[in-house]
Design a protein around this ligand. Structure first.
Ligand SMILES: C[S@@+](CC[C@H](N)C(=O)[O-])C[C@H]1O[C@@H](n2cnc3c(N)ncnc32)[C@H](O)[C@@H]1O
Length: 372
């Protein structure tokens, strides 16, 4: 048999990718399975690979299966029922799918009681339309889709949009941004134009000064393309100085988005912009330095009443967590620069800002903020 083109050893950047997937899924599954509303969760790993690499590295399907097993047994121990979780693993390469099936069986990674487990061996391009239709028909169900191609040539912004349309899904997409960016330095190649052509501000596209500004520009273009109802964030993974990959996260639900940001910040408490293997020579420093404080001051300087609900959403859309904003507001308040008032112009006790999901849902106009 001819030697198959395959990634035999799992590389460090792939481990970082799988770690983020795993940590996020843990949070996501916990919330969704206990929301009292969702009757089934559907997880799709569309470029799943073979499961375990020659160096024993565990790929995305194994991480997903382990999350599921843990979730099941943790809830069982608490006598809690959780919705069934259906898994669909797909890879164009039949050989890899067969290998993965064997591993799942041999290691007993799945039990029928968790939900349905299916394997497919199809080209992503041939399933994406049916998958979008399926997801858009879901009622009390949710979907999580992991898209992990080798390159970026197969991906289109319009496919992401279709998968998100019904607001039932979250997507994690892995892209080799460094390769895309390198092309961008020399002139945007056809494949990148194809991903981006539907993005509204492609005509304003500027060659980027660094891979990180490329990622920011690409993210902004995706945000504009998808519109206000959706949330987009990124997580960069630096393989080495010359190679940067990026996970793009898409959500239609602010709570799911917050969980993704929490995961990022948990993995890298630096600034949530990404994860570097070595903390020295940090390439993210350009993005740091009180970026959130500057943003919040701009937001509060418009002269309009800026309510707690607005600040919560603004914080997340900026890639930060409510705890960060609370820290900044505490400091502004202590310096006498921030006024917090209820709608009825009553004073509010010091340190109470109501910037969290619960208030966003139930009382997004509980208090408003003004700079003094
Ligand atoms: C980067 S690897 C996936 C790695 C895997 N997620 C993991 O964590 O180990 C990409 C996979 O996509 C598969 N693939 C490539 N083109 C595909 C396509 N058009 N449709 C579906 N799978 C494809 C390859 O066989 C390969 O296993």
């Amino acid at each position: 048999m001819a030697k198959r083109k395959s990634q035999l050893s799992m590389l460090d950047h792939s481990k970082a990718k799988v770690k983020l997937l795993e940590k996020y899924l843990e949070k996501y599954l916990n919330i969704i399975s206990n929301d009292g509303f969702t009757s089934k969760i559907n997880i799709f790993d569309l470029f799943c690979g073979e499961g375990i690499y020659e160096n024993e590295g565990e790929g995305s399907p194994i991480a997903i299966l382990k999350c599921l097993k843990d979730l099941h047994y943790i809830n069982k121990a608490k006598n809690k029922n959780i919705p069934s979780i259906d898994l669909i693993f797909n890879d164009k390469d039949e050989f890899k799918i067969e290998k993965l099936k064997g591993i799942v069986e041999e290691k007993k990674l799945h039990e029928n009681v968790f939900g349905k487990l299916s394997f497919r061996s199809k080209d992503y391009k041939n399933i994406i339309d049916n998958l979008s239709t399926y997801i858009n028909s879901l009622k009390n169900e949710k979907a999580f889709i992991f898209i992990d191609p080798y390159g970026y040539k197969e991906i289109r912004a319009s496919e992401i949009k279709k998968l998100l349309a019904s607001k039932k899904s979250e997507i994690l997409l892995f892209l080799p941004t460094q390769f895309m960016y390198r092309f961008d330095e020399r002139g945007t190649p056809q494949a990148l134009i194809e991903i981006l052509e539907e993005l509204v501000d492609m005509k304003d596209w500027k060659p980027s000064l660094s891979v990180y500004s490329f990622i920011e520009q690409f993210k902004d273009a995706l945000k504009n393309y998808l519109g206000k109802d959706f949330f987009v964030d990124t997580f960069s993974i630096e393989k080495n100085e010359a190679t940067v990959f990026c996970l793009f996260f898409f959500s239609s639900h602010i709570r799911g988005f917050e969980k993704m940001l929490e995961t990022k910040w948990q993995i890298d408490d630096d600034e949530g912009k990404g994860w570097s293997y070595e903390k020295t020579g940090n390439l993210f420093s350009n993005f740091k330095t009180n970026l959130l404080e500057q943003k919040l001051i701009t937001l509060l300087s418009t002269g309009n009443k800026v309510y707690n609900g607005i600040v919560y959403e603004y914080t997340l859309r900026s890639g930060f967590l409510p705890t960060h904003t609370v820290e900044i507001f505490n400091s502004l308040q202590t310096e006498g620069k921030l006024e917090v008032t209820t709608e009825k112009d009553e004073k509010v006790r010091k340190g109470a800002f109501y910037i969290n999901y619960e208030n966003y849902k139930s009382s997004p106009k509980k208090v408003y903020f003004k700079l003094k």
